[in-house]
Every structure is written in C-alpha cells, then in structure tokens.
Write a protein that binds this ligand. Structure first.
Ligand code: BG6
Length: 451
C-alpha cells in the first residue's frame, strides 16, 4: 500500500482480542499496515480480554512488530465498574501520548455481545466525540431487528462516529468498479438497459461453515452474504458511476440510491426467481436434523431505476462449492445471432478484468470467434492491500466511504424482507453435493423436480 496521508494519533481498543475475528482478520491486517509504515505515529492497541493474556503468545510471528504498541486490559464485559476502570486506563494512556488521540472500539465478539458493550461504553461516558465504533456485521437479523439495533446504537453514538464494516466494499476490485466505469467512456455510455442484457454476481466459496454452527444456524447464506456483500456489489455495479473518479465521498449516497431501487421478484414469481439449497451433510455438521438453513442462494432481482428497466440482476452465493470465486459478469445485448459481449470483473482471487470480443477467425469460412481482452491486477500492481487493511486505515482517517451507513443496512434488509417472510412459511430447500460447481447446484432444482 502506498504511503497514506499521516493518520491521527489513535488508541485502538479491541474487544475480544483473543477471538477468531481478531486472529483471522484484524491482527494480520494491522501487522501489514504496520510493516508498510502506515500506522499513525502515535498509536497504541489495548486488547480487552476476560482472561490474562500474554501479548507475546497472542501474536503470531509476522505480527510481532505490534508487540511494542499492544497492552492487554482484563475485564468482565458485563460489569459496569470495569468500564469505569477501562476509562481510567484510557485516560492514563492518553496522557502518555504527545497528541490527544482518537479512541476506536473494535468488536471482535459474538453478535449478541455487541449492544450490551455499546450500552456500557455509553453509560460510562466512553462515547465522547473522540471515540469511534468499528462494527462487524451482522447488523440485525431482519429489517425490524436492524432498525432496533441502529436505534439503540445511535442512542449512545451518533452515526458519524459509527463505522460498519462490509469488507467487500473495501476490496480493491470493488473500489475499482466505479472508477473503471466512470473513467472509461466506452463503458459509461453503454451502462444501461439499452445495451446490457443481464448482470450476474457470484460469490462462491470452497469453505463450508468452518465450525461456526451456532452462528450459521441463525444466519444462513442470504443473511450472511447476500444482505451485505452481494447487495453492495450490486449497488456498486448499478449506481451512477462517479464522473470525478476519486470522488469517493459521493459513493455512499449513490450506493444507497441504487440499493433503494433494488426489488425482489413479485411473490408469485418466487418459484422461478428465488432458489435456496443446502449442502449434503450440513444438518449433521450442525447437529440439527431437518435444518432448513440455506448454504446456497440464487436470486433474480430487478431495479426500479429507469436506467436498468428490465435488466435481470442475478445474485448467487454458496458454501462448500468447487472453488472460491467472486465475480461480476455483465452480458451485453447481442448484435447478431451469435455475438454477445461479456465484461467480467473478477473481485477475487486473481483480481482481473476481462472483456470478450468477437473477431473474424482467419480462414475462408467466415466464422466468428470470441477472444478475451484481459489483464490481471497483480501482474501490474503486485500485492494488493487486503480489505481489512483498507478498513483500518479508513476508520482511523475518518473516511466513511467504504463503510455501510445505517440507511444502506436498512435498504438492504428491505429488499430481502419479502423473501425472508416467504421462506418462513415455505419449505422449498434443495440439496447439493459438497464440491459442486455453481451451475450444478442450480440444475439440482430441475433435476429434483423431474424425479
Ligand atoms: C463473511 C461471512 O462476511 O465473509 C463468511 O460471514 C464468508 O461466511 C466471508 O466466508 C467471505 O469473505 P471473503 O473475503 O473470504 O470472500
């Protein structure tokens, strides 16, 4: 990552520093930002834990450079007195710093623990203008609970102090979507229903639920990945590209407008346009025979935006598939019986952009042939920053553009609400073999209906 503008003095408080989230995402990202000298000059980490932890044992080899910034604070997260002690400790740390720091609270704790901690922080007066919340999803369970969560959180922390992570927004290729569309006139002018036939967004995963049985049983693929990551990728694809390409501050407003225009299919079309499935062996894995939780979803949405009238937007995600792949495929309208162009924006892995072009194949037969025009990001730019590195830097520098606002969270839940209600009343789950390809899972529906 290139040198960023100097970041303000910061104390990063990590609730649950010994937890899975912190080990998988936060600490490695922090170590990476540290290795490129992009941490603030005045920087400290206070890891909050229930038990006494040795920092040296906590950090993996490549995270050791963090040791000099990191201290542990042992506390009971349910005890109001401990928050008073936390406040005293933070005051002490602040006094040791040359410049008065901002305090960022990051939550690497189970979803149910988040709101109680926020309440305690507020009640202990740890919600001054110098504080920020860096929150992980899930942001609610449905529209109603999201409203409630947002209302309760903003009772203590105003929206400007809240940073809701959707790490897909911070992926390098996701950030590139609007820049790529806005700065290449050849796409800007055809980015509408007059030229685009359909949009397909896929986030396939090779991993299963990785031992997160309780979490996944109360979540499922629609809530876990579609409500956040896939709808945000759809919003970035459908929103009006920014003409000032790096006018990132403009992006959240446009994403929100795009999210608000996304529509689920009409209920009488759910059989055709809403599909959910579960990989074989899932119910044994979670110890819940008969579980109706989906590990695969395919939806066809539409947009009320005049620009996208009649263009189907296919969203697909699933676990335990044959490969890890996130990509946006835009199919343009055919110019003749055989020639449609495709634009493929590969979000991960091997970030790339590919445009299929039709050419005349050499020879006497007058045949058309499809050839790719493509480039891979890493070939040109080397290592790309991980989304969590971007998230940390942006939260520290008060840049909200790559975080989900409360309005975006509500707009996403609204778009999915009819589907969640329908699923609550119907048992229409299909099953697929672990390791299947996306198309194989999609064909399960017609195969099983024919049995
Ligand atoms: C998380 C989901 O938000 O995203 C996980 O909770 C999923 O279930 C993960 O595996 C995928 O993220 P990435 O960056 O590996 O594609």
């Amino acid at each position: 990552m290139e040198e960023t503008a100097k970041l303000p003095a910061t104390i990063l408080v990590i609730f649950g520093i010994t937890g899975d989230l912190s080990h998988r995402f936060l600490l490695p990202a922090l170590a990476q930002v540290c290795s490129t000298s992009n941490l603030p000059k005045d920087f400290k980490v206070l890891g909050v834990s229930r038990r006494d932890v040795n920092v040296d044992e906590l950090l993996r080899d490549n995270e050791k450079p963090l040791q000099k910034f990191t201290k542990i604070f042992q506390m009971n997260l349910n005890d109001p007195q401990d928050y008073k002690d936390l406040e005293a400790r933070l005051t002490e740390m602040t006094q040791e710093m040359t410049i008065s720091p901002q305090i960022i609270f990051y939550f690497a704790v189970p979803p149910a623990a988040v709101l109680p901690i926020i309440r305690h922080l507020g009640q202990a007066g740890l919600n001054g203008p110098e504080t920020k919340l860096l929150l992980e999803k899930p942001f609610g369970f449905d529209l109603e609970s999201a409203r409630e969560l947002i209302a309760q959180t903003t009772q203590y922390f105003p929206e400007e102090q809240i940073y809701r992570i959707d790490h897909y927004l911070a992926k390098e290729m996701a950030q590139n979507i609007t820049v790529f569309l806005g700065s290449n006139a050849i796409f800007r002018d055809v980015w509408n229903s007059q030229f685009v036939e359909k949009i397909e967004i896929v986030a396939a995963e090779k991993i299963g639920i990785e031992g997160r049985a309780a979490f996944y049983e109360s979540t499922g693929a629609l809530r876990d990945v579609v409500q956040s990551h896939l709808l945000q990728l759809a919003a970035l694809t459908l929103m009006e590209p920014c003409s000032e390409i790096f006018d990132f501050e403009e992006i959240p407003r446009r994403r929100l407008a795009a999210l608000r225009q996304l529509q689920p299919p009409p209920p009488d079309k759910f059989d055709d346009f809403v599909f959910r499935a579960q990989y074989e062996g899932y119910s044994d894995e979670v110890g819940n025979p008969g579980s109706q939780v989906e590990t695969f979803v395919n939806l066809v949405l539409s947009s009320t935006d005049a620009r996208w009238q009649g263009v189907p937007i296919h969203l697909t995600t699933g676990k335990n598939l044959d490969q890890k792949l996130t990509e946006i495929k835009v199919t343009f309208k055919k110019t003749s019986a055989s020639a449609a162009n495709h634009l493929l924006i590969r979000i991960q892995p091997e970030e790339s952009i590919e445009l299929d072009l039709w050419v005349k194949a050499p020879g006497y037969d007058r045949k058309l042939q499809k050839l790719p025009l493509s480039f891979e990001y890493q070939q040109h730019f080397g290592r790309l920053p991980d989304a969590y590195e971007q998230v940390l830097v942006d939260a520290m520098s008060s840049n909200h553009a790559l975080f989900a606002s409360s309005d975006e969270v509500l707009a996403s839940w609204s778009a999915l609400e009819p589907i969640l209600k329908h699923w609550g009343m119907h048992e229409d789950l299909y099953f697929y073999k672990p390791g299947s390809m996306v198309d194989e899972v999609l064909s399960v529906k017609s195969d099983q209906n024919q049995l």
